[in-house]
Design a protein around this ligand. Sequence first.
Ligand code: SF4
Length: 786
Amino acid sequence: MIQSRNSITDIWGEPHPYYGQWPVRVDQSLEAEPDHWVRSACVLCSNGCGLDIAVKDGRIVGVRGRAEDRVNHGRLGPKGLHGWMANNSKDRLTKPLIRKGGTLTEASWDEAMELIVARSKKIMAEQTGLGIGFYTSGQLFLEEYYTLGVIGKAGIGTPHMDGNTRLCTATAAAALKESFGSDGQPGSYTDLDTAETILLCGHNMASQQTVLWSRILDRLAGPHPPKLIVIDPRTTYTAEAATVHLAPRVGTNIPVMNGLLNGVIRSGNIDRDFIDRHTVGYDELVRVVSKWTPEKVEEASGVPAHKLKQAADLLAKTKTLVSTVLQGFYQSMQATAAAVQVNNLHLIRGLIGRDGCGIYQMNGQPTAQNTRECGADGDLPAFRNWSNPQHVEELAKIWNVDVDKVPHWAPPTHAMQIWRYAEQGSIKLLWISGTNPAVSLPELARIRKILDKEELLVIVQDAFMTETAQHADIVLPAAIWGEKTGCFTNVDRTVHLSHKAVDPPGEARSDLDIFLDYARRMDFRDKDGNPLIKWKDAEGAFEAWKECSKGRPCDYTGMSYAKLSGGSGIQWPCNDRYPDGAKHLYTDGIFNTAQSYCETYGHDLDTGAAATEQEYKAHDPKGKAFIKASDYMPPHELPDKAYPFMLTTGRLVYHFHTRTKTGRSKELNEAAPDAYLQISEEDAAKLGVAEGEMVEVESRRGKVTQPVKIGGIEPGLVFIPFHYGYWDDPGRSRAANELTITEWDPVSKQPHFKYSAVKIRKAGQRILDKLEQAVEKVAEAVNIKR
Ligand code: SF4
């Protein structure tokens, strides 16, 4: 293996101190000299690093970061350098499978697709498209999501479409929509090159976006290093580098954010002119946050008052600010409300739409942005508003279907509700593509029960026999990254085109080919009797998407496959006005909130109640951003006598989501082979457990057994990484989501993975307890007889 560094032990690589222009450093990992290189980008997190795939004898043999790419300047992290090995894994799915007599049995594509088509037609005849649901991913390509979106919305006419993006980035989208009128990150990664202060909210960037973190490490080592404020209950790698680390109790992000806003307002360092000219809602914010003094914040969150004051002081004085937000906010109590407060901070200081001032309501998955853009989740394509009749008409026109065919009589169904409908029986066909809900959704015992329901046809489209595929009725073998062509958009709106480098194994097909085949067999037609889906390949789908995106915030009309095959990715909007893409949104202080243009009419952050078209029209902000306030509500489950610990879940640097790919890379797997329970020194001592000792962790919903890892966490709080399921270790209950709660944010509908009350005891202690109880019972019985 030739590689520039051991990225397992040296995660972020050699530093290149700088200010202003991030120096190039090309990382590579090769197991053999390639015949040729193929242009692509990494799909193992939302950073979207540009890379080339090394190919030898029709097989992927490595990757190399692309020096000229605007996102990573050649760098790659451990997942990017080693994740490609999953493509060559021996246990890839190569043939369709159909469950017969309880066993998944090899079948032909014709047999599998005809079965799906026959069942789809039967359900549609009996109960319309409402009987069919799609649960997709943040892993497919733009062209695949758009095709799926058109099939679902204009072919079948079902509102039941969502992605696993509901679990990771729904709050990012919701927060952007609530503040700025539509999805779309205002900033650009280049903001990090000059920012004076960086605020990381519930975002362990050092582990999750390792290349972006290298950019910050290089700034920290250079001239004019930025001040770093980290809000995270755990002492992560990111928190260790902070100027100020605020570690609130889980579920108390709102008190902390309100305290910071209050501190900034009281300092007087607000941009009154920007507030007056470009926002609405400031007075209400002042009213709500004014009671959140540092002392009151300390009482509610445990964050020391002096630390809060220090952070507020930095935020009040900084001339430039980059903020990032991720799962510590998104998967917790008051998710959208807390994420919106970060937007508020930028708005009241006027730190938006210019160099050094970025907000990243981060995405987790590589193509999450495209699920949201293309309408494969609970949104209409190109950030159109389902409750704006004109937007729905536009779509119907583009697709040449009756407007009534496009579901818009109620909000699109979010994933948690799709699973509820499948549980209750109104959804009879659930098509799952590129995701593994049997490990990633909360309360797994319930999810397995739903998947096993006799009357529900479960289709799983994946590259591997995942924990979910094991419960499927039909399994379709899918091609993955490197084996197909398509685009994906990262968190700073940079679009990359990933070219096909090798053939997929066996009979595996791209998700696009599977969806196109389904559309053809279903014979979906437009109003004129022509095929509804008019494209036959990825480039055709991209061209169709461009037309759909025209005039909308995510305008792709200035892009083409040829243009995207240059050295670097390109940011949207890319059109006549911005032929090379736009670095920042909202440079003129005009936001996407005008009634005729906005993606949503907004919600009450506390209840999720949606505003109507009439209500919105009555107070049309006409391009002003919303400042929305919210007061504190405690988490729905708190520790008590029976369940005295608070469990939080999250990710590790070496793995991506449910390890379907990264668990199949020798290097990554050996670096982090198993789940564990992280616990404080004090709590370990109280329980009498030593490092590595097995403990049982039990919530009201399930139980797991984990080895203990001691330190780096506050007393009362414990942590389990959620990556680990059962495909490579079926012997032990270990998936963190056996324990998590089925609750979600009222606005974004994102589940609350970050808090569950649990109890912990030594493994085997239960048997000892039971033995003791049995002995006591025998003794009692003997006494009675005497
Ligand atoms: S930071 Fe993300 S996109 Fe970049 S190499 Fe690592 S996993 Fe891939």
